[in-house]
Write a protein that binds this ligand. Structure first.
Ligand code: LAN
Length: 765
């Protein structure tokens, strides 16, 4: 049986051959069958392995879970006695909330964080499988079995795989996953393999795989290095003042191209094996040796192209390819220096993150670099135990996640939702709140990277990361949401005073937050914007958009404003002038990027509902009101115009790629919650306002209020008996074009929206 293990936020799955409770094993098996049967209709799994096993864990022993039996019974009793009407509605809301908390706390780990599936992208697992193959890192039988299950489950009906679980097939997805399946031992004549190969060959073979895929294939010896546009490592030894220095790129961009350029600079290629020889035949229409590789540099399958290359980029590659090809005096000196610099940067990134690495792509590429550098080194060996931090098991199989988890992010939001539930959690679930506070405590980064500048690192002391302290990369909005969560928890009355964060730790967080504000008034993700947006002309990836620099966005700006405003309310004297100015400049940035229709584009969630929720929250935290700031009524009108007749909101992930609203067929609980919260905050309803007689209430507020009420009713009616909500479509995104799962959102946001509705309109808390 598979069991989840956790240690200070680190979470991984372990196979226990001795088995487990029969009922549990049966339930997991049932979930697997259910997923497979519906795999073309419902592509998102529901995290059932975690959620069924969690119910069996001896929680009470683990951390003394509060006993709520009497409370739950009393709610049922009250409901049975009440007739229809507002009173009953109130009790329904309370019961819904109590149930959602009762359910959700069963998923909380003993260190206080909420684990969850952070899968979605379909190009990550093949990367891991390929790197394990090259480095002869063994994956055990059960892991391989679950990985195969995952790959089969996410193969589209046409035989291919997409960029992410909900996407149509692409060459990147298909060629990578085909190779992965073959490495895992699937026969070339297996029906899935045949269908996938046909998909590839019908499109001219794997020649048109996008550039990232070319790199993986090249390392395997399945693509000639001449077919790649140059990834010249000498970029790294250019002077930093040049706007094109990689140190100025968005951290994810620079840190993925770092190991890539090391591998390219060395033309690092694996030993040829029997399987590689077979794959050379299977992936192409022509004989491998007869292909004109240099002509493939600009070849990319049309299914894959998201970002079109401007001419200037092709010229640049041509010039660089001359540099690569012809003997130029001093070249070998520069190459040696560049390889030394890149491998140093790779190793430092490994050390700074405790071998987790910033993300799933550089995790495996760095591991590969260290293998080529010295396969017997201790440094390389240290990568291996940290692979499992990225693996997640659900009923659809074993996947590689988009990060080493979303522990801090989910916990910070969950904590705020729980605090919003006020007396319910304070009286009946205090230990859940205390545990969440504990996780926020152990996840805060407590020190800067030594000589950080040398490695292009921003300060991190006082920041919160997205996942764990071991990972440690600071992020603007994670810092802000972490800070907000700590402040809400410490104000709710359930945390013992002696466990409060020291003032210094809060000041450190504020220091990071202030330091991250950009010249345009906004906040970007991990760092300040360090270069210009024209760098997108040389964006070498065909499948991702806007990856070259760290851009200010509505989400990071809004969270940062909210964090600073919450802090200011608690410590009004600390760096007051700076905090005030930062908040005001942030608000002006948010106003400046609102679209004409009243919405904001979401960069990290799907999409306009997400962005608009942040836009509104940021402005409100900065002190804007419905009456004083026209952005707020505009946002409300936008949201109301998108509400479905059943009270829900439903937006397709295509909104992110197309950058215009794309309706989803079905209402989504997560988006409905975002929209409802945005409306509630925007109209700034005070308790007293809703006690006024109908006539006195602003006419448009009435419209918004009924829209809110319908949204809340949709959430209530979508809730399941056990307090959970259904997993619907994928709700996260990055780089415009790739979707990513946030499996905790289906619990956090409906719970939060209902709690907010109740606290604003119904209950004196
Ligand atoms: C994330 C995850 C968290 C996310 C939020 C904090 C939610 C957001 O508000 C800011 C951006 C950030 C930090 C973010 C950026 C892009 C990431 C790191 C990811 C979506 C997780 C995975 C993704 C990363 C780029 C995936 C690896 C693929 C590459 C193209 C390198």
């Amino acid at each position: 049986m598979w069991k989840i293990v956790c240690d200070r936020g680190r979470q991984w799955w372990e196979w226990h051959p001795e088995g487990g409770p029969e009922e549990l094993i049966e339930k997991v098996e049932e979930a697997r069958t259910h997923f497979e049967k519906n795999k073309y209709k419902q592509k998102h799994s529901s995290d059932q392995v975690l959620r069924t096993t969690a119910l069996y864990r001896p929680f009470n022993e683990a951390y003394g879970m509060d006993d709520v039996t009497d409370y739950m019974k009393s709610l049922d009793k009250r409901l049975a006695q009440e007739d229809d009407g507002e009173k009953r509605h109130k009790t329904l809301l309370e019961r819904s909330l109590a149930r959602s908390v009762q359910y959700y706390r069963t998923l909380q780990m003993s260190d206080g964080h909420w684990p969850g599936d952070y899968g979605g992208p379909m190009f990550l697992l093949p990367g891991l499988i390929i790197v394990c193959y090259i480095t002869e890192t063994e994956l055990d039988h059960e892991t391989r079995k679950e990985m195969k299950r995952y790959l089969f489950n996410h193969q589209n009906e046409d035989g291919g795989w997409g960029l992410h679980i909900e996407a149509p097939s692409s060459m990147f997805g298909t060629a990578m996953n085909y190779v992965a399946l073959r490495i895992l031992g699937v026969d070339r004549d297996d029906s899935s393999a045949v269908a996938a190969r046909n998909w590839i060959l019908q499109r001219g073979g794997a020649l048109g795989i996008p550039s990232w895929g070319k790199l993986y294939l090249a390392v395997l010896g399945l693509y000639h290095w001449d077919g790649l546009n140059p990834l010249t490592p000498e970029m790294w030894i250019l002077p930093y003042w040049l706007p094109i220095h990689p140190g100025r790129f968005w951290c994810h961009c620079r840190i993925v191209y770092l190991p890539m350029s090391y591998l390219y600079g060395r033309r690092a290629t694996a030993k040829e094996t029997e399987l590689i020889r077979e794959l050379k035949e299977e992936l192409y229409l022509d004989k491998f040796e007869e292909i004109d590789w240099n002509a493939q540099r600009e070849n990319c399958c049309k299914e894959d192209i998201y970002t079109k290359r401007p001419k200037i980029q092709s010229w640049l590659w041509t010039i660089l390819s001359w540099y690569e090809k012809f003997p130029i005096p001093g070249k070998s000196f520069f190459r040696r220096r560049a390889l030394e610099e890149t491998i140093l940067q790779v190793k430092k990134e490994d050390e700074h993150t405790n071998f987790i690495c910033i993300g799933p792509v550089n995790k495996v590429l760095n591991m590969l670099c260290c293998y080529f550098d010295d396969p017997r080194s201790e440094h390389f060996q240290k990568h291996i135990p940290r692979l499992k931090d990225y693996l997640w098991l659900a009923e659809d199989g074993m996947k590689m996640q988009g990060y080493n988890g979303s522990q801090l992010w989910d916990t910070a939001f969950a904590a705020q939702a729980l605090c919003e539930a006020g007396s319910i959690t304070r009286h009946h679930f205090p230990s859940t709140l205390q545990l969440a506070h504990h996780y926020l405590d152990i996840a805060q980064v407590r020190e800067d990277i030594p000589q950080g500048e040398r490695y292009y690192r921003h300060i991190s002391k006082g920041a919160w990361p997205f996942s764990t302290r071991d990972h440690g990369w600071p992020i603007s909005d994670c810092t802000a949401e972490g800070l907000k969560a700590v402040l809400s928890l410490e104000a709710c009355g359930s945390i013992p005073k002696e466990q409060f964060f020291s003032h210094e730790r809060l000041f450190d967080a504020v220091h990071v937050s202030l330091s991250l504000q950009n010249k345009d008034g906004g906040w970007a993700t991990y760092e300040n914007t360090r270069s210009y947006s024209w760098l997108e002309w040389i964006n070498p990836s065909e499948v991702f958009g806007d990856i070259m620099i760290d851009y200010s966005c509505v989400e990071c700006t809004s969270s940062s404003i909210q964090g600073l405003a919450a802090f200011r309310a608690r410590h009004p004297g600390h760096r007051r002038a700076q905090v005030d100015t930062a908040i005001e400049r942030g608000a002006q940035f948010i106003e400046s990027i609102q679209r004409a229709d009243g919405s904001w584009y979401g960069s990290w969630g799907v999409c306009f509902t997400y962005g608009t929720w942040f836009g509104v929250e940021g402005l409100v935290a900065a002190g804007r009101t419905f009456e004083s700031c026209e952005c707020l009524p505009k946002a409300c009108h936008f949201l109301c115009s998108k509400q479905k007749s059943d009270g829900s909101w439903g937006e397709s992930y295509l909104s992110c790629t197309e950058k215009v609203w794309m309706e989803a067929e079905q209402g989504q609980v997560v988006q409905t919650a975002w929209a409802v919260m945005a409306l509630i905050k925007a109209i700034g309803a005070s308790h007293s306002m809703w006690n006024e007689t109908e006539e006195n209430v602003h006419a448009s507020h009435q419209v918004f209020h009924s829209s809110i009420r319908k949204g809340i009713d949709f959430l209530l009616s979508s809730q399941q008996e056990n307090g959970d909500w259904p997993q619907q479509r994928i709700s996260g995104v990055f780089n415009r074009n790739c979707m990513i799962s946030y499996s905790n959102y289906r619990n956090i946001f409906p719970m939060w929206a209902i709690a907010l509705y109740r606290s604003r309109f119904l209950e004196e808390i």
